[in-house]
Design a binder for this molecule. Structure first.
Ligand code: ADE
Length: 244
C-alpha cells in the first residue's frame, strides 16, 4: 500500500517511519511512504504557503495554490485515490475507518499547519476529512503518522503474528481481555487458572467475558456499536445483575 503525505514538515515524520515496524514493512515492500514538502510547490521568492484570512481575524490560512499543485503533480488531476485532509473537523478516526482505508492500494494525506486551510482545498481537492480526536494539535503530522500506523498494521505480513490484527477485528468494538505471560506467580498474584488449563474453549469463553466486563466498566459507550451475539448479551445481563 502506498501513502503520499503532503506536509510543510516532512522531516518530522521520518524518525518514526524509520524506526518501527513501519520501517520493516517498507523494507519488505509491504508499504511505501512518500513525503512531499508543500513548500516545494511555491513559486514566489519567499516560498509562501500561508496568508492572512479574508475578513480579518487572527491566525494564518494555508494557501490553496501550493496544496493543489503538490497533490496534482504527484497524483494527477483529479487524483484517483482518496485524498484525506487531517483536521479536528473530520470524522473521528477509529478501527473501522482504519479497516476501510486499508482496502485501498493508495491514499494521500494532507497535514496542515496554521489556523486552517483555505476552504477551496476542502471543497475541490479533498475527498475525506479525518480527525484523530477531539483536541487540537499544532499540525496534522502526528495524525498522519497515527493513521499510517493503524492502517499499515492491518496489511497482510506487516505484523509478525498474523493473528494479531485478526484478533482485533474479532473483538471489533470491544476492549481487549487481560493478557498474562510467565511467571505464573508474581508478587503473590497468580495468573488466572483457566489460562493454564489448556482447555481452549474455556479460555475463549473466559476471554470473551473479560472483554465484555472491561468494556462495560471502562467504555460502556462502545457496547452500543459493538457486534454482540445472543451469548454476549446474556453475559452482559449476568454482569449487570451481579452489580445490583
Ligand atoms: N490537526 C490538528 N489537530 C488535529 C486532530 N485532532 N486530528 C487531525 N488533524 C489535526
Amino acid at each position: 500500500m502506498r501513502f503520499d503525505v503532503f506536509t510543510l514538515l516532512p522531516e518530522t515524520l521520518n524518525p518514526y517511519l524509520s524506526a518501527s515496524i513501519l520501517e520493516k514493512a517498507s523494507a519488505r515492500g509491504l508499504i511505501e511512504v512518500h513525503l512531499h514538502n508543500i513548500r516545494d510547490y511555491t513559486h514566489d521568492r519567499h516560498h509562501t504557503t500561508d496568508d492572512t484570512p479574508y475578513g480579518g481575524g487572527g491566525g494564518m490560512v494555508m494557501k490553496p495554490e501550493p496544496v493543489f499543485e503538490a497533490v496534482e503533480t504527484v497524483l494527477g488531476s483529479p487524483p484517483v485515490c482518496p485524498v484525506i485532509l487531517l483536521t479536528p473537523q473530520g470524522r473521528l478516526f477509529d478501527q473501522k475507518i482504519a479497516i476501510e482505508l486499508a482496502s485501498h492500494p493508495q491514499i494521500a494525506l494532507i497535514s496542515g499547519r496554521y489556523e486552517g486551510f483555505d476552504e477551496r482545498i476542502r471543497q475541490n481537492l479533498v475527498t475525506d476529512e479525518i480527525s484523530i480526536g477531539d483536541y487540537v494539535l499544532t499540525g496534522g503530522e502526528l495524525p498522519a503518522l497515527i493513521l499510517i500506523d493503524a492502517v499499515s498494521r492491518l496489511l497482510p505480513g506487516v505484523l509478525g503474528d498474523p493473528t494479531g490484527a485478526v484478533d482485533d477485528s474479532h473483538g471489533l468494538g470491544l476492549l481487549e481481555y487481560p493478557h498474562y505471560t510467565r511467571p505464573t506467580e508474581f508478587r503473590g498474584q497468580r495468573v488466572p487458572e483457566v489460562l493454564l488449563s489448556g482447555d481452549h474453549a474455556k479460555i475463549e469463553a473466559w476471554r470473551r467475558e473479560q472483554s465484555l466486563r472491561r468494556t462495560l466498566a471502562k467504555r460502556p459507550d462502545m457496547l452500543e456499536k459493538a457486534e454482540l451475539t445472543a451469548a454476549d448479551k446474556k453475559i452482559l445481563q449476568k454482569i449487570r445483575q451481579e452489580e445490583r
